[in-house]
Ligand binder design. Structure first.
Ligand code: PEP
Length: 250
């Protein structure tokens, strides 16, 4: 049995006071929820205060990115130790926006995953194909390459701290959700590939989230699929009422 995870990626939204208001409301709304894990990923500036508000709740906090070094002359960067110290338990690595706008590559993704695991952070590794890649029949090739390079030299004990998020780029922030069948096909491919490079037991246990315009109206159909273990939610996670509805999918 894989416990579902619903994670909210706030991207570059919310001041500290807005973040506090959001999670204060959210924690009340979902306080009686059982049988699922919930994660929120505020911007760096709000991690500390959000963690304080969520202390003693089942809602975990994630960073949206890290640098791979622990410290040093890297102006503007934030290290794994720093986000952990601020209260983050998870970090999102390889989000398509970071790959697209900030030069993230499979190689830097791999360095960041290793650095996160070394500091005891859990990882949400994002992978996914562009529309062009899907239309030219390269989806599985892209996913395989992102997994192979992203997880290079990660051992069995490391993979246990990793959650994979399948996020087709064409579905992120576009309002265009992959159909449950399209998402399931990719999730199954990812699970089979993880089973192949690690082992069947790890493949069965790893949680694979779907991301791309998830809303209260489509979450249940997605969650009905065999290999979809939860969701990484962008836009719809900003409003605590909407996010709480997604968390409470039937
Ligand atoms: C995301 O940011 O990971 C995401 C899936 O965004 P949205 O839900 O807005 O498509």
């Amino acid at each position: 049995m894989r416990t579902p995870i619903i994670a909210g990626n706030w991207k570059m939204h919310k001041t500290i006071s807005e973040a506090i208001e959001t999670v204060s409301h959210l924690k009340e709304k979902i306080k009686n929820v059982k049988g699922r894990e919930v994660i929120v990923a505020p911007p760096f500036t709000a991690i500390s205060e959000v963690s304080r508000v969520l202390k003693d709740t089942f809602i975990a906090v994630s960073a949206q990115n890290i640098h791979w070094e622990v410290k040093g002359a890297f102006t503007g960067e934030v290290s794994p130790i720093m986000v952990k110290d601020a209260g983050a338990e998870f970090v999102i690595i390889g989000h398509s926006e970071r790959r697209q706008y900030f030069g993230e590559t499979n190689e830097t993704v791999n360095k960041k995953i290793k650095a996160a695991l070394k500091q005891g952070l859990k990882v949400i590794l994002c992978i996914g194909e562009s529309l062009e890649q899907r239309e030219s029949g390269q989806t599985f090739q892209v996913l395989e390459e992102e997994l192979k390079k992203g997880l290079f030299e990660i051992k069995s004990d490391g993979i246990e701290s990793i959650v994979i998020a399948y996020e087709p780029i064409w579905a992120i922030g576009t309002g265009k959700t992959a159909t449950p069948e399209i998402a399931e096909e990719a999730h199954k491919f990812i699970r089979d590939y993880i089973s192949k490079i690690f082992n069947k037991d790890i493949g069965e246990k790893i949680r694979i989230l779907y991301g791309g315009s998830v809303k209260p109206t489509n979450i249940s159909d997605l969650m009905d699929m065999e290999d979809i273990d939860g969701a990484l939610v962008g836009g719809a996670s900003l409003d605590p009422d909407t996010f709480a509805e997604i968390v409470q999918f039937k």
